[in-house]
Structure formats: C-alpha cells, structure tokens
Design a binder for this molecule. Sequence first.
Ligand SMILES: Cc1cc2nc3c(=O)[nH]c(=O)nc-3n(C[C@H](O)[C@H](O)[C@H](O)COP(=O)(O)O)c2cc1C
Length: 417
Amino acid sequence: MAAAAPERPGRDRSRLPASLQAVLRFRRLELDPTTRRLAHAASVADLRLMARRRLPRGVFDYIDGGAEDERTLTDNERAFAELSFEPRVLNGVGTVDPSTTLLGRPLPMPLVLAPTGFTRIADPEGELAVARAAARAGLPYSLSTLGTRSIEEVAAVNRGAKWFQVYVWRDRGLVREMVQRAADVGYEALVLTVDTAVLGRRERDVRRGFTLPPKVGLGTLVDGALHPSWTWRFVRSEPIRFANVVGRGVGDGVDAVSLADYTNRQFDPDLSWRDLDWLRTVWGGPIILKGIQCVADARIAADAGIEAIALSNHGGRQLDGAPAPARLIAPVVDAVGDRIEVICDGGIRRGSDIVKAVALGARAAMIGRAYLYGLAVGGERGVDHVLGMLDADMRRTMALIGARRISELTPAVVGRA
Ligand SMILES: Cc1cc2nc3c(=O)[nH]c(=O)nc-3n(C[C@H](O)[C@H](O)[C@H](O)COP(=O)(O)O)c2cc1C
C-alpha cells in the first residue's frame, strides 16, 4: 500500500482563522480566454458592452448603429420594455416546452437567426460560425444576399433549416441565378427584404467614413492598434468580400465601398408587388416578406398568398420613425393572423421578449444584433452562448408566468408596464 502523501505546508488551511476559511473558496482559474469572457456575460447587454471593447469603433458602430437619430432603433427595444406580464401561479410548471412549428417545420423554440450582411467583420468565420451554431440549436438560419460566405459554403456546414435572403439586384439574371443556387443546395425558404428601396442613412457610418471592408487610413490604423486581437484575426484571414456575387461584375466588396453607394447602385428601387409574380416563377418554395411595417401591407401580402411576413424595420437601420415591430404584432395578427405566419423582428434581447412577441400572436421572433454581439465576443461559441441564454430565459419566463407550452402564451399573459 502506498504511504499517504505528507500534507504540504501551503495547503494547511487550519492555520487560517476559521472565519476566513469559511468564506475563502477560490474559483478554478479558467485558462481559455473565450470561456472566461463568456462566463462573465450574463445577458445580451453584457455581450454588447464586451463587443464594444473588443471591436474597432467603426466596426462596432456598423453593427450596433441605426438610421439618423436612432429613434426607431431605441424604440424597438423600448416597445418590449413597456410590456409587462400578468403571471399566473400554482400552474404546475415542472415541465416547460417552448417548442413550436414555423412554415410547417418543428422548432425547439420560436426563434430564427436573421440575415446580416458582412458578418465576417465581427469574426473571420462569419456566417459559417452562425450557421453551425443555428444548426446545433435546431433553429433556422437566414443567409444574407450580402453574406461574406457563399450560399454553398453555408449549406456545407448547415444541414438544418436555412433560408436565403434576397435583395433584388437591378440585374434580375443575377437574382435568378442566386435563387437557383439556393434551391439546389437545400435552402427551404426565401426571405425577400422589402424595407430597403434605398439604404437608410446610418450616421455613425457617415461620420466615420466607414466602408466595407474598412479602408486603411490613419483613423483605422489607430483604431486597429487599440483593438489588436480583432486586427490580428482580420489581417490573417482571407479578404472579406460579398461571397455570393464574386466575379459577377457587380463589385464583390473586395475594394472598399460605402454600403450606401453600393446598394443604391446595385439594388432595384422600382421593386413592386408585381415582382412577386416574377419571384414565384423562379422559386417554388415558401416566401417570407421581411420589412412589413403596417396592417395594409400585411393584408396585401396575405392576399398575394405569401406564406409569412416578418414585421421589421431592419433593426432601426432604414427609416427612422418606423414603428417598432412589437407594437405591430397585435393589429397585424388581428387582421391577417389566420392566413399568414407572422414573425417579429427587431429589439429582441431576452427570452422574455420572445415570450411577449409570441403571446401577442407572433409565430416566432428573429434576432440580428444579439447573435452578432456573441459572435464578436466569442466566435461560434459566443453564438451558442446567446442561443443558450435565450432558450434558458424563455423557459424561465414561461415557468414564472405559469405557461407550460406555447399554446398557453396568449395576449392574456401580457400587460402594460
Ligand atoms: C450588421 C447588420 C447587418 C444587417 N444586414 C442585413 C441584410 O443583409 N439583409 C437583411 O434583410 N437585413 C439585414 N439586417 C437586419 C436584420 O436582418 C434584422 O432585421 C435586424 O438585425 C433585427 O433587429 P435586431 O438587431 O434588433 O435584432 C442587418 C442588421 C445588422 C445589425
């Protein structure tokens, strides 16, 4: 039998006063910096602050900012804050099930990852990291037309539900080709963004002269030097470009462009309801209109046989003064909820916001910035962290308001704060 190891002097806690012994519990030192960072992020708001520190200011402002005075951006979140709950107690909430269906597909919770252009600016893995995290969580991922990973690259890492978001280029042949490519590799739905006739004036980007990718000048050099970990990853990875249109003569973003110049040059501002007929000829699957902002347009969409609408103002990045999606849910669902699925997009920062949106009648909620902050702070694991928090938040909120399943989330559970 081996002799017992002698007690090392440094470990002899008996020499410490008993009162100190009782309170001294050292946490194991976490050596992995990403794990350490994420362990300190208790909410999406925490991740936002961490992203602010980690990203160059121009990059953070591109993600975080909105149009003009950012009134709509602020209002998107405020609209959720102004709603409270009317909780019921003693309802036996030992098992809470937030699962649902969207466009006929079962989902573990009513959540979709929204399309965000130029995602690689937050982290070099970009769309691939987000698509992998979404697939792991069983949630639909929407790839932007202006993605920095291609339709095919994303499909290769995501065998789950994925949607392709379309901006309509003046060159319709290019749109037809992209839609066909998406169909060929298994995208399930098309998201047609309709709130971007012209690009909103994002004044943080204007002030900084922000371009995609960021142009190297004195300001960016200083900004980059102050954020060395982002800069190091950015310069080591392959150049960021609009991966879906590489080599198509429309500019793929490899030369620095202002997003406003680029989109105003390439996208068709004459797009109208008539173009939906054309889209139906090139796409046989479900269509989601993203950017519906009033009841009248929701009615036209339902009359046109569109499968779903996303109530959205582009996260406050387009028309400043547009209504907050949360305020539109009830009137829109009232008008067309029996004919079309309604998604609420904008201002979702907590699982309780998803619960409120669903209680008011939305089929699901969509998030943009929430996952981008996670991506900027912890890469793919940061996105996992956000999705995990929203899931836990949602289950906890449902338990606390006495709702066991989605069908029990009705307007009766929400009130005015
Ligand atoms: C950095 C960034 C890029 C975006 N790019 C696109 C895009 O390419 N296409 C699109 O339809 N919406 C885009 N959006 C809007 C999002 O899809 C979504 O509507 C918005 O982020 C929702 O608001 P939230 O950020 O408060 O969740 C973008 C949003 C952000 C923050």
